[in-house]
Design a protein around this ligand. Structure first.
Ligand SMILES: Cc1cc2nc3c(=O)[nH]c(=O)nc-3n(C[C@H](O)[C@H](O)[C@H](O)COP(=O)(O)OP(=O)(O)OC[C@H]3O[C@@H](n4cnc5c(N)ncnc54)[C@H](O)[C@@H]3O)c2cc1C
Length: 234
């Protein structure tokens, strides 16, 4: 499908949202991802196509993706994204993916996010809020710096049970600090019971949590994962 680039805004340190106007026929489920094509001269080995979760909700008029920049090591793709001019038409492959909410509205949910892995949860929670559905959600959100924790207002407004774990906290920070790991996740969850645990973030983190949570007794049927390649850490 063709979408029209609209505008960009900055919501955290090196974290930007890119907004696009979709065709009227757009149809997606909160949490799904797209493939964005940005042909450009002399692309590096990371190429002209990237996957991004739609962090917008299907209830919103525009689509947006949220991404983190590593300014000194940006791919040519990200540099092209940053230079888009409003009104430019670009190709997005139709939304897909099953990292979405379960149909059962009574299912207790644990959302674990590492850094930019927060994007699918923003979409799901905004969709729940806009469609007036109340679900029990505990969100464990690991970030490097406090100014990389995004969408917090929405999460608080919706009533998510939110724990932010800050790796490099300011000196006066009150709250959870350090790194998140599987043991700590289980400690923060309390009784697992039949809770469904979603994990989203950089590929190495998601793989590690997936293996370690299973080793600690979480059945694969209670785990859902979504990993973002090319990011090595949160
Ligand atoms: C289903 C799915 C959903 C996704 N959703 C999102 C999303 O919502 N938001 C998002 O930001 N990303 C998302 N991604 C990941 C996205 O597709 C990109 O892989 C990611 O944004 C990194 O982009 P980039 O390679 O342009 O690197 P950049 O962002 O420009 O750089 C990121 C890091 O890559 C390192 N790096 C990796 N490979 C190289 C290399 N060959 N040369 C130099 N440096 C390198 C750099 O050191 C740097 O730290 C998703 C991926 C999948 C599969």
């Amino acid at each position: 499908m063709q979408v029209t680039y609209d505008h960009t805004d900055t919501i955290g340190k090196n974290i930007h949202r890119f907004w696009f106007r979709p065709p009227p026929t757009i149809d997606y489920i909160a949490g799904q991802f797209i493939e964005l094509h940005l042909p450009h001269p002399n692309p590096d080995e990371r190429g002209i196509k990237h996957w991004f979760t739609l962090s917008s909700s299907p209830t919103e008029e525009l689509l947006f993706i949220t991404t983190k920049f590593t300014p000194e090591k940006s791919s040519t793709f990200k540099l092209t994204l940053k230079d888009l001019r409003p009104g430019t038409k670009v190709t997005m492959v139709e939304p897909e993916g099953d990292f979405v909410l379960p149909n059962d509205a009574n299912q207790a949910l644990i959302f674990v996010a590492g850094g930019i892995g927060i994007t699918p949860y923003r979409s799901m929670i905004k969709w729940l809020q806009d469609t007036q559905q109340k679900r029990a959600i505990q969100l464990l959100y690991a970030v490097n710096d406090l100014d990389q924790a995004v969408f917090l207002d929405l999460f608080k407004e919706y009533g998510v049970d939110l724990t932010t774990i800050v790796k490099q906290p300011p000196a006066d920070y009150v709250g959870e600090t350090g790194s998140l790991d599987a043991k700590r996740i289980l400690g923060l969850i309390g009784e697992l019971n039949n809770k469904l645990v979603y994990v989203s973030g950089p590929e190495p983190m998601v793989e590690q949590f997936n293996d370690d949570l299973q080793a600690l007794g979480v059945p694969p049927s209670q785990l859902k994962t979504d990993f973002f390649p090319n990011y090595t850490s949160i």
